[in-house]
Design a binder for this molecule. Structure first.
Ligand code: GMT
Length: 387
């Protein structure tokens, strides 16, 4: 298949997932075309089946806001036309689903039908999407997609609650590549980070408000009072400054390391004992899954799709948002002795296997095939012209 992929090329979960999906599809022989404004963060190496088309935007004194949507729609039309893309998969509804609809209508005038699959990732529904600034367009463009997927059952339900959706939404979970994410021997790292054999706690995110990074530090404080430990904070974003200020206030700076954005996250997860995800909202929690694949148990909240990933009492624990005391207590329960930690580690990797790329990738392929069959082939232009 020739597949077009649109995503945010940044470090956000939706961009990571979209890039890994594209690479996985390319490894299976599909031709994958990424259409984005920058090369996606995880698209670092040459692959014979991967193509990258950059969306450039025109600056003009009149534009206070350069019209990215228009630039992307035009680029999509161009790439789909000349590369003969068969199916377009857009990640994150805003603005990608609406832009895809625009490109589809333009191409339809030429008698070319491009089926569009939209994957909902989370904040495009739960935070930003329901905002009245965007809501009508989000609902409309989801309904106009040929196929819609959500990354958890919870996100599907939240979407159906929030919008008048007539489309069937298929749940296809986030996935993990075990070739990359697995526990490896990084003893030299461990010694550098925790020279006295301290427990290593870790948090990875884009440091947005929704991630509640300050809660991570407060939970760590509770653990640190009882168990010798270190905290690694990986990623960067708007909340970093506040997090640093809190470390200073709590006099924890010598126990906490801010590592910024990292590419080889798996190497840091390999030396970690516990992952903390106290998010206010989380449609799935890809960062938690990456940790679990490296045998790291999870302390998380119980929101969104997290209970579908983190099994309470087995792979970690779930708590109410903001319940620092409970999360602190649970963290100590897991870290208190080696046999308990080993049991949680084992359960974490077993659960992560449910989301193995090898299982999830064929679900996307089958879904594309179904969309191509039902949206195009049975009654071709009849379906097309009624759009
Ligand atoms: O919050 C992030 O990490 C970024 C965000 C995004 O849309 O880029 O991630 C969302 O998509 C991920 C991949 O599907 C999910 O695993 C995350 O749970 C989801 N984030 C939220 O719902 C807050």
């Amino acid at each position: 298949m020739k597949i077009g992929i649109v995503c945010y090329p940044t470090y956000g979960g939706s961009g990571v997932l979209a890039t890994e999906l594209g690479l996985g599809l390319a490894n299976k022989g599909h031709q994958v075309h990424f259409i984005t404004y920058r090369r996606p963060a995880r698209l670092g190496h040459f692959h014979e089946n991967v193509f990258y088309h950059e969306v450039s935007n025109e600056d003009y004194p009149l534009f206070e806001y350069p019209p990215y949507d228009t630039a992307l729609a035009s680029k999509l039309v161009d790439v789909i036309r000349y590369e003969n893309i068969e199916i377009l998969h857009v990640h994150y509804a805003i603005p990608h689903a609406a832009v895809a609809y625009m490109a589809k209508k333009i191409l339809l005038q030429e008698g070319r039908y491009i089926p569009v699959v939209t994957t909902l990732h989370g904040t495009d529904i739960t935070l930003v999407g329901t905002n009245k600034t965007f809501a009508p367009v989000v609902a409309f463009s989801i309904n106009k997609s040929d196929g819609v997927t959500a990354v958890s059952q919870s996100l599907k339900e939240q979407t159906l609650d929030a919008f008048p959706i007539q489309k069937d939404i298929k749940v296809i979970y986030n996935f993990i590549d075990f070739d990359r994410f697995r526990k490896s021997d990084k003893d030299h790292f461990k010694k550098a980070i925790a020279p006295e054999g301290e427990r290593v706690l870790v948090h990875v995110s884009n440091f947005r408000k929704v991630k509640r990074v300050e809660d991570v530090i407060k939970i760590f404080k509770k653990v640190n009072e009882v168990i010798p430990s270190k905290l690694l904070l990986i990623g960067d974003g708007p909340e970093r400054h506040n997090a640093e200020m809190l470390c200073r206030k709590l006099q924890l700076c010598s126990e906490i390391r801010f590592l910024g954005k990292q590419d080889a996250i798996e190497e840091l997860l390999a030396v970690s004992d516990l992952f903390i995800m106290p998010s206010e909202n989380e449609s799935f929690g890809l960062a938690a899954l990456e940790a679990m694949a490296c045998e790291v148990p999870i302390i998380s909240t119980n929101v969104g799709g997290l209970p579908e990933v983190n099994l309470h009492g087995q792979t970690g624990f779930l708590s109410e948002v903001g319940d620092i005391d409970d999360m602190g207590r649970n963290a100590i329960k897991i870290l208190k002795d080696e046999p308990t930690l080993a049991r949680f580690r084992k359960n974490a990797i077993l659960q992560a296997k449910q989301f193995d790329l090898e299982n999830i990738l064929p679900q996307y392929e089958a879904y594309y095939e179904e969309i191509l069959r039902t949206a195009v082939y049975p009654d071709k232009r009849v379906v097309n012209t009624t759009l």
